[in-house]
Design a protein around this ligand. Structure first.
Ligand SMILES: O=C(O)CCC(=O)C(=O)O
Ligand SMILES: [Fe+2]
Length: 232
């Protein structure tokens, strides 16, 4: 039986990776970007090579999320659409409860890292504003530092990484002003791209690119909710 996910499976990547171009419309993309832009300034954490919003709040030192709902603009549009694909069916809360918003200007990026054990091992990333290449590295020490795979994340696409792809690999974004050498041999999801004509010169000059990374935090505390009830 064919599901929308079957055609999104990236067969050249460690299991399990799915890529769906045009997961949202340009109007939805503009709406999400305007919501991000209208967040109060203190919502941004400015890091040396990107800036970050954390919704609904940062995790505690022991990786606990204070249980609060996500804001409607992060919830209503995208979560049911993801759930229709069935990607959250096996996660403990059957839905994501935490979203990191990362913004990269040309020349910015994120060091190779893993997302770690605070989350159910799955990340669903919606890309906004521009395309960017995500580099994937093997976790084993011998090959550390060597890019094994490159995933081209087009604006408005959904990328889902789980299983071994989440647990046995690192991912990062190079601090570059352009992504170069793009083609069927070098981009793992080339065949699944929505619009290859943007990359006919084998390169893509970076523009401001924002990502929404949806996750399910395993440990959730009801304390924040109770506290707010007591205060009333
Ligand atoms: O912006 C991206 O696509 C990756 C962000 C990321 O790896 C993270 O926030 O953990
Ligand atoms: Fe990450």
């Amino acid at each position: 039986m064919g599901t929308p996910l079957d055609s999104a499976f990236v067969s050249s990547l460690p299991k399990t990776t799915y890529y769906i171009p045009n997961f949202i419309t340009p109007a939805e993309e503009s709406f999400l970007l305007s919501q991000i832009a209208s967040a109060p300034k203190p919502k941004w954490t400015v890091l040396s090579h990107r800036r970050l919003q954390t919704w609904p709040s940062a995790l505690s030192k022991s990786n606990v999320l204070l249980g609060e709902p996500l804001p409607p603009w992060l919830e209503t549009l995208l979560i049911p659409r993801m759930q229709e694909l069935g990607i959250w069916d096996s996660s403990p809360h059957r839905a994501p409860n935490h979203v990191l918003v990362n913004e990269y200007r040309p020349g910015e990026g994120i060091m190779p890292h893993e997302d770690g054990p605070a989350y159910y091992p799955m990340v669903a990333t919606v890309s906004l504003g521009a395309s960017i290449v995500l580099d994937v590295f093997e976790k084993s020490e011998e090959s550390l530092g060597e890019v094994r795979f490159r995933i081209l994340q087009e604006s408005r696409s959904l990328l889902v990484t789980t299983d071994d792809m989440y647990t046995a690999h690192l991912h990062g974004i190079a601090q570059a002003v352009a992504d170069e050498n793009l083609g069927p041999e070098t981009v793992a999801n080339w065949d699944l791209l929505g619009d290859k004509t943007c990359f006919t010169a084998s390169r893509y000059d970076r523009e401001i690119r924002t990502s929404l990374t949806y996750r399910d935090v395993l440990k959730v505390s009801k304390f924040a909710l109770r506290n707010s009830l007591f205060k009333r």
